[in-house]
Design a protein around this ligand. Structure first.
Ligand code: NDP
Length: 445
């Protein structure tokens, strides 16, 4: 069978590219060996965010007392949350399949391997052909080589746990580690983060990271820094003994590895097809074109920015350019991002130290360190921190960094201002919306 476009991988980037290309009139096939929706929908952003909501009720129920609510019994059922979340994932997968069907995209449920000259061999034995090929196969959890690592889980398995573990160790100090530390901690588990370096969330603003660390410690999460694994042993009762370098050995019920994600470049026939690899990822140009004729790649497999909305942009720009007669590149500049920790972090643009490197030491920063009024009445000693980074040469706000309730919801709108290059004076010119947390963004002097 022959197509204008064959997409390998039905995740965020692949599905968007397939749908848009089909909308431009292309005959499109998509090849997927697992489930339609990709990491984000099936075992990433979506189920994770739902767990975050579920976990946050722990604090809400506690705080409710100060608002007059008497909730006599608090009981949490992991199975209910897990099953409802997984059912929602099934529903969303159905919607993704429906979207592809509505756009006349043929779905092949198989693994695809490039054979050169536009040919893609499927694990079902069929071979299909595409005038153009898009690789959108994503990434997978990086599981370091440690004796006994097979006893640990990754973010792939964490959504399916049979029961809620009482003691959880999480390896890594990045997005997934901090998000799941928050989830398990709120749900009542004893949680520790084990990190090889002495800092969490490398790349985020220092003050914001520090605030998360302080708040996490206050909430009872334990941190072991500069600590590595010697080996992991499974004990007779099913628990895991962690033999550590840099910390005492410990026994836990569940060990989650969240030590980054590796592009899925193996077993795809990339070499045969002349697709070059650089630093473990598919090398692409600004149009997501690989080194091979008629082969493009988008999303995590290219390891530019491993975020769903970025993959979607890349897939969309590719389809518009190649099938819609447009000239579109996905912008990787000023991409807002968030960590759905408890409380969440959100950021866009340059950190203070990045701005100093770029514009010199005259860079101006403005911070607001405050307690949200809801937390004040709840008697919850949890302070938010908002920070603006300003280019001294033209007064433009080049970065916003926030930690506090709803920070990601607030930052999405504020990111428009940073992307548009608005100045601090224009922020100040905007009247506050009172009483909100977001108003702090226009009140920093
Ligand atoms: P991150 O890159 O955020 O963090 C990886 C952590 O693991 C770092 O602390 C790193 O330490 C450590 N690490 C890396 N390699 C090793 C190793 N071999 N041994 C021990 N420690 C190691 O990765 P995550 O796994 O948390 O998330 C993967 C990606 O998924 C993120 O980069 C992000 O793009 C995406 N994601 C986004 C989310 C969001 O937008 N909210 C949520 C979840 C994931 P060091 O700092 O020393 O390198």
């Amino acid at each position: 069978m022959s197509y204008d476009l064959v997409v390998i991988g039905a995740g965020s980037g692949g599905v968007r590219a397939a749908r848009i290309a089909a909308g431009h009139g292309a005959k499109v096939a998509i090849v997927e060996e697992f489930r339609v929706g990709g990491t984000c929908v099936i075992r990433g952003c979506v189920p994770k965010k739902l767990l975050i909501y579920g976990a946050h009720f722990a604090e809400d129920i506690e705080d409710a007392a100060r608002f007059g609510w008497d909730i006599p019994e608090r009981k949490f059922h992991w199975e209910t949350l897990r099953d409802n979340v997984l059912a929602e994932v099934d529903r969303l997968e159905g919607l993704y399949r429906q979207t592809l069907a509505n756009n006349d995209v043929d779905i092949f449920e198989a693994r695809g391997v490039l054979k050169g000259d536009g040919k893609v061999e499927l694990s079902t034995g069929e071979t299909i052909e595409g005038k153009k090929i898009l690789i959108a196969v994503g990434a997978r959890p990086n599981m370091p080589e440690i004796e006994g690592i097979e006893h640990a889980i990754s973010s792939n398995e964490v959504f399916h746990l049979e029961k809620l573990p009482k003691r959880v160790a999480i390896a890594g100090g990045g997005y997934i580690a901090n998000e799941f530390a928050g989830i398990f901690n709120e749900l009542g588990a004893r949680v520790c983060i084990i990190n090889r370096s002495d800092q969490i969330l490398r790349g985020y603003d220092e003050q914001v990271r520090d605030r998360l660390l302080q708040l996490s410690l206050t909430k009872g999460i334990v941190f072991h820094f500069n600590t590595t694994f010697e080996r992991i042993e499974k004990q007779e009762d099913g628990s895991l003994k962690l033999i550590m370098n840099g910390a005492d050995d410990m026994v836990v019920d569940q060990l989650l590895f969240a030590t980054g994600r590796k592009p899925n470049i193996e077993g795809l026939g990339l070499e045969d097809a002349g697709v070059e690899i650089e630093d473990g990822a598919i090398k692409v140009d600004d149009y997501s074109k690989t080194s091979a004729d008629n082969v493009w790649a988008v999303g995590d497999v290219t390891d530019r920015i491993q975020l769903t909305p970025v993959a979607i942009r890349e897939g969309h720009a590719f389809a518009d350019t190649e099938f819609g007669g447009m000239d579109r590149k996905a912008s990787h500049d000023c991409v807002p991002n968030a960590v759905f920790s408890h409380p969440p972090i959100a950021a866009v643009g340059l950190t203070e130290s990045q701005a100093r490197q770029k514009f010199g030491n005259e860079v101006k920063t403005y911070t607001s360190d405050f307690r949200a009024m809801k937390n004040v009445l709840a008697d919850r000693n949890e302070r938010s921190l908002y920070k603006l980074v300003v280019n001294p040469l033209n007064d433009k706000v080049v970065g916003i960094h926030m930690i506090g309730p709803e920070a990601p919801e607030i930052l999405q709108a504020a990111a428009i201002a940073v992307k548009a290059g608005l100045t601090k004076a224009q922020f100040d010119d905007t009247v506050a919306l009172h009483p909100t947390m977001a108003e702090e963004l226009v009140l920093m002097r």
